[in-house]
Design a protein around this ligand. Structure first.
Ligand code: SAM
Length: 209
């Protein structure tokens, strides 16, 4: 089987498996960066970080990279001058890779289907490549925003294929009424996986109380 077939089948297993996919991500950790960036043309991290920089100008901001994976986002943000970056992921093997980047002040194992608990709320959060077809889903967005200071923002990507297939638009209908402490303030289309021409959505959420 060609390399690209292996990668495609790995990606579709990730997409198709409902519920906890921790084992799949544990198994993928070693080759994830190469497979996703070089083979699949993953640019969601580039796009999200670019927008993040326009909204969060304070390089001392306390930032949570939720579902940090191998640390692509943290590394990119560190390169852009941010130096107060924390990461979380539910895959231990992914966290090991993220630690090796040296971009994070601390990393912790956390499942985003549960609220992020922190003594010191974050100024901003970012979650790239984490929200797609199954879990975590739209109702779990507030598990990230609950960790923010009032006024803090979270930028979250959603895979564009999933956006259409599981109808994220209707999942997000009434979101601001359902969660009065969080405002969905913007949804923009971004490039996501270039090789297969898959776009994505970048959601901007704000903690309001
Ligand atoms: C496609 S990777 C994206 C990683 C990184 N943010 C990036 O842009 O390269 C998805 C990551 O989300 C993590 N993840 C998936 N579901 C999760 C959940 N329920 N709680 C925490 N992490 C989760 C996986 O372990 C994996 O590291």
């Amino acid at each position: 089987m060609a390399d690209s077939d292996n990668i495609d089948s790995r990606l579709s297993r990730v997409y198709k498996q409902n519920g906890d996919k921790r084992d799949l991500f544990d198994d993928w950790a070693q080759t994830y960066d190469h497979d996703l960036v070089n083979e699949m043309g993953y640019v969601a991290d580039v796009e999200a970080c670019r927008q993040f920089e326009t909204l969060v100008s304070d390089r001392q901001a306390r930032i949570l990279d939720a579902g940090c994976g191998t640390g692509l986002v943290g590394s990119r943000l560190k390169k852009a001058g941010y130096n107060n970056i924390f990461g979380s992921d539910y895959s231990e093997k992914m966290l090991e890779q993220a630690k090796a980047t040296g971009a994070y002040l601390a990393l912790e194992q956390h499942d985003l289907t549960q609220p992020v608990i922190t003594d010191q709320p974050y100024d901003a959060a970012i979650a790239v490549g984490v929200f797609a077809f199954s879990l975590p889903s739209a109702e779990h967005l507030v598990n990230i925003t609950c960790s923010l200071k009032t006024g803090g923002i979270a930028m979250v990507t959603v895979n564009g294929k999933a956006w259409r297939q599981v109808d994220w638009e209707s999942k997000l209908e009434g979101f601001n009424q359902a969660y009065p402490h969080t405002r969905l303030v913007n949804v923009r289309t971004i490039e996501y996986l270039r090789t297969d021409g898959i776009d994505g959505r970048l959601l901007t959420l704000r903690r309001v109380g």
